[in-house]
Design a protein around this ligand. Structure first.
Ligand code: SAM
Ligand code: SF4
Length: 335
């Protein structure tokens, strides 16, 4: 089959697909989910076979990087079958990277099998090194289990990047501890500005907003910070901490526009293709796939969607009102 490249109207090549494989999660991080969540009925979700067909179609159309996310991807039943099946695209060379973002709770069990499927890097979300605080943020998370998961991933040979959501009044007192710990362990650490997703109260979100410019400033008070040019094609910018040798990244979706170099689209667990994290426009790929035996309709729908990928998003906190706010929860779109 030919491999048409996915080029959007702004000449950006779409080579990166993030796939949410479930909206469910064993945690309830307060910035991400409500405590009482109603999850989608099973029949709404793409089956593992459908996920395979969908991802394989994207790979055939030029996607070279797949990131599996959720919800918590590793709580999806049978998910290792999907990883095993995707590894054939790594072997063929069509796919350059298969990776995932996880809360780490299941990594003790899955780190080694993931490595065997060709996964080499993993993003693990952890906002604090304090077990009690961890319990408060995640509501149901077990800190020791996540730490054991991190150790297992390290031992399996997976390169680890930690993601921490920057939350004023919650983990701002741990900046230096986390930088030191990550540096010592040889993990990159990326700080993410809290985004206006889901239905957190407006007042809360503005209160919690800890701008990354402030983090950069605080870092310099304690560490020797060196800028490094590392363009991953993603929204993160990085610095190196001279004392630890470790890298610290910043993802600033609200204060910095990274849309010009955007090479990604997002598939939800129900087969909706979102063209931009900050826009509502989506294509229903599930219908295009379920209603037809062959992949022609699916391919046509993907091409049509890419042809309307917007130039950028509209998040803006600058006037202290939340503009461009999205109503979807992060676990649905995938972070
Ligand atoms: N459950 C997995 C995890 O936590 O890594 C994968 C899905 S989670 C939605 C992906 C990432 O989104 C996590 O790093 C999480 O911290 C981040 N996230 C969730 N809600 C967010 C929000 N409102 N603002 C910024 N980041 C958020
Ligand atoms: Fe679950 Fe990840 Fe959302 Fe936390 S951030 S509730 S771990 S999906």
């Amino acid at each position: 089959m030919s491999t048409p490249q996915l080029i959007d109207p702004f000449q950006r090549k779409v080579s990166y697909l993030r796939v949410s494989v479930t909206d469910r999660c064993d945690f309830r991080c307060y910035y991400c989910m409500a405590e009482e969540m109603t999850f989608l009925p099973k029949k709404e979700l793409l089956t593992l076979e459908e996920l395979d067909r969908m991802c394989s179609t994207f790979v055939n159309m030029g996607v070279t990087k797949l990131r599996i996310t959720g919800g918590e991807p590793l709580v999806r039943k049978g998910i290792m079958t999907f990883f095993q099946s995707m590894s054939r695209h790594l072997k063929s060379g069509a796919l350059k990277e298969l990776t995932l973002t996880t809360n780490g709770s299941q990594l003790s069990r899955f780190a080694q099998p993931l490595y065997e499927c060709g996964v080499r890097r993993v993003n693990i979300s952890i906002d604090t090194l304090n077990a009690k605080k961890f319990g408060k943020i995640t509501k149901r998370g077990d800190f020791a289990k996540v730490m054991a998961g991190i150790d297992a991933a390290d031992k399996a040979g997976l390169q680890i990047k930690l993601n921490a959501v920057a939350l004023k009044g919650t983990n701002d007192d741990e900046l230096h501890d986390m930088v030191e710990w990550a540096g010592q362990r040889g993990f990159d650490l990326t700080w993410i500005e809290v985004m206006p997703m889901g239905d957190m109260g407006e007042a809360d979100r503005l209160d919690q907003y800890w701008p990354l410019s402030e983090i950069r400033k605080q870092l310099k008070e304690r560490w020797t910070v060196e800028d490094i040019p590392l363009n991953t094609g993603g929204p993160a910018t990085y610095v190196r901490i001279k004392e630890t040798g470790g890298r610290v990244g910043f993802i600033t979706p609200l204060t910095h526009n990274f849309c010009e170099s955007c090479n990604r689209v997002r598939l939800t667990c129900t087969g909706q293709l979102f063209l931009c994290l900050g826009q509502e426009d989506a294509a229903d790929l599930r219908a295009a796939m379920r209603d037809h035996e062959g992949n022609e309709a699916l391919i046509a729908e993907i091409k049509a969607a890419i042809a309307r990928k917007p130039k950028g998003h509209d998040f803006d906190y600058s006037r202290q009102v939340i503009e461009g706010e999205m109503t979807r929860h992060m676990n649905h779109t995938g972070g």
